[in-house]
Structure formats: structure tokens, C-alpha cells
Design a protein around this ligand. Sequence first.
Ligand SMILES: Cc1cc2nc3c(=O)[nH]c(=O)nc-3n(C[C@H](O)[C@H](O)[C@H](O)COP(=O)(O)OP(=O)(O)OC[C@H]3O[C@@H](n4cnc5c(N)ncnc54)[C@H](O)[C@@H]3O)c2cc1C
Length: 369
Amino acid sequence: MTILRADAHFTLSDPAAVLRSLCEHMIEHEAVVSEQDGGTLIVTGASRAVLRAGEDRLEACVEAPDLAGLQEMKLAVASHVVELAPPGSVAGSGWSGDGSGPSLLPDFRVLTVIGTEPLTPHMRRIRFRGENLARFASLEALHVRLFFPPAGLAEPAWPMLSEDGLISQPPLEQRPAVRKYTIREINVAAGTLAIDFVLHGDAGPGSAFAERAAAGDRIGMAGPGGRGLREAERYLFLADETGLPAVARMLASLPREARGLAVLEVANAREEQALEAPAGFAIRWLHRDPAAPGAAPLLQAFEALDWDEDGPGLYLWAAMEHETFRQVRAAARQRLRPARDQHLIVSYWRNGVSEEQHALEKKAAARAA
Ligand SMILES: Cc1cc2nc3c(=O)[nH]c(=O)nc-3n(C[C@H](O)[C@H](O)[C@H](O)COP(=O)(O)OP(=O)(O)OC[C@H]3O[C@@H](n4cnc5c(N)ncnc54)[C@H](O)[C@@H]3O)c2cc1C
């Protein structure tokens, strides 16, 4: 088997301390760390890095069986060295060896629109073609980050892995807006996938793209991310329109004998979709009109559920607007006491607040805490 290899060194003031923090961080992310021949060996999957701390220099040698693994390891080492050292104190040599020179990020793909299809008045399916999609086909990680270039740009600009192994962003005016979406269908052999977009007007770049998308348009995709569904005796799914693509994909992939209930909130009867589900699954639609998106019919339905089968047999998956998410999470913890690996309750959007603003507010709150 061919092994690809790249080397770099970083000049910094306390390399041993940075190496220690880097190892702690990598161990938290399931890397295996050991001492070897006077160096520190970090192994993640099939990729490895050997790091040696000198007086004012950290030497790194990374190896992997393929280019994606090599670039991911380069990025992990370089970005953590920069992050963990005092700001502005690191000078990198740049990487030499395999895969040097600027390249797209290893988990990044360019997607081209090949078709669109209205599913309901406010949900549009967009089909894309892309290369090398195998890593996105896992049911363990359903969502991706989509990169929407600013409207009117003749040639989209993407984030790149630069020669120093770090991510370089396009200039601000060309920088794509990033939003999370769910892969609804994927066919790796054909190189195609479909994403279902909620149409909520021109308010944000995601929805604006979906309203106008036409064959030939290009966006970027990175990932995938998220946590997969656990095996359970019974499932409870709660979602509004934004979580509906994930619920639909999970329902279609569950074993035939799976049992459970999906409670799905949409604006009105015209927004309901035909879903493929195991026979032992009940699907209950809730209609929100005339209330605005982000109103709480899901919470009310959850509180009214006659569901006394608490315990290890139940898996709860819920995705919805932020305020409803907070209330459902509090109610679920009180009512069902689900263990950490038996539930996933997440906020998918926040009423009246864009994704960027929401992220900024979360950072500010974390700093204040
Ligand atoms: C893991 C994950 C997976 C997701 N999967 C999907 C998916 O498959 N399909 C999908 O459509 N969405 C999905 N979402 C939700 C989507 O990321 C958000 O709705 C996102 O805010 C849309 O970006 P935007 O650019 O359209 O709006 P933003 O720029 O983020 O927001 C602009 C304005 O639009 C409002 N807004 C945002 N979303 C909605 C909405 N759904 N209805 C009404 N108003 C809204 C905001 O409150 C804000 O006022 C997912 C989110 C996460 C976290």
C-alpha cells in the first residue's frame, strides 16, 4: 500500500506545552496517542502524525494512505498548533511532500444543480451532481454545511487548504454564506444527491438560493456531521419542516420491524408529504396556521402525548425552531429522563435571527459564562 507523507515545522516559544495541549485535545476526539522513538505518535483512523518538540520548534511528519486523510491530518496539526499557542506567536514552514500546494479542503465538494422539483408549496427538492460522494452516504451523519456564493459572482470562490496547512478564506465580498442542511437522498455510484429546502422567502442566503436555483448553479458542500440514530425498541421523532428531511430519511432506512411515532409540524395540510415508513410507525401531522413558524404546537403535542414507555427502549430524536427546542428539551428531560445516548434534541433555526447572528450570540454568551 502506498503511504503519502508530508513534513513541516513550526517555530514557537513553548513547543512542549503546545504539544501537550494538542495531545489532550486529540485524545478527546478519539485519537490514540503514544510515545515513540523520542517523538509523540498520534493516530486517528488510518492516518498518523509524529511530533517532536525542540527548544523553540515543533517538527511534524504526517502520513496517510490517501490524500484526503493526509490533508485532514495536516489541517488538524497546523490549526491546533496555531490555536493552542499564544496568538500571533507561531511561524510555520509550510508543508513539503505529498499534497503540497493549495487545494480544496478534504471534506469539501463542489455541487452542480441538475434539477429541481416542488414537493409542496414551501418545500423544494434540489438535485445535485458531485464527485467522490462516498463519505456523505453514511446514516451516522446526516447533515452537511452548504456554501452559497454571493449572488452575481461569475466564478464562485471556495475556502482552500493553503500551503501552511491552514484554511484560507476568499476575500469578504466573495465569501460564501454557510448553512446546515440534510442530505435527503444520495446515490454514490451515480454521483448525485438531493436536498429538500424550506422556502421562506428571500430572508436568508439558503432560502434565496433554493427559490431561484436552476440547472448549472454551483454551491459548495462540506461534512458530513451529526450523530446517527441508535437502535431502539421504539422511536419518537418530533420535527418541524426543517427536521422533516432527516426524519423522512431515517424512516426510510429503519428496519421493517421498527416501531414508533413521528410528530411533524407543518404550516397546513398542503405542506404534508407522503413518507415511506415501517408499518409499525404512526405519523401524526400538526398544522401550525395561522400561527407563525416557531409557534409551539410541537411542544403542546409532546406534552399531551400519552407515552409512559420511558426507559432504555425509547429513542427520542427532535429538531425544530430554537425556542420550541428549548421548551421541548426541558419537557423531555422532566418527562422521559432519556439517557444521553438515547436522545438527540436539537435547534435547527431561530425565529427572527439569521444563522450568523445566532452563532455570534452563542459565542458571546459562552464568553460571558
Ligand atoms: C443539522 C441541521 C440540518 C438542517 N437541515 C435542513 C434541511 O434539510 N432543510 C431545510 O430547509 N433546513 C434545514 N435546516 C435549517 C436551516 O439551516 C435554517 O433554516 C437556516 O437558517 C436557513 O438559512 P437561510 O439562509 O435560509 O436563513 P438565515 O439567513 O439563517 O435566516 C434569515 C431569516 O430567516 C428566518 N428563517 C430561517 N429558517 C427559517 C425557516 N425554516 N422558516 C421560517 N423562517 C426561517 C430566520 O429566523 C431569520 O429571520 C437544518 C439545520 C440544521 C442545524
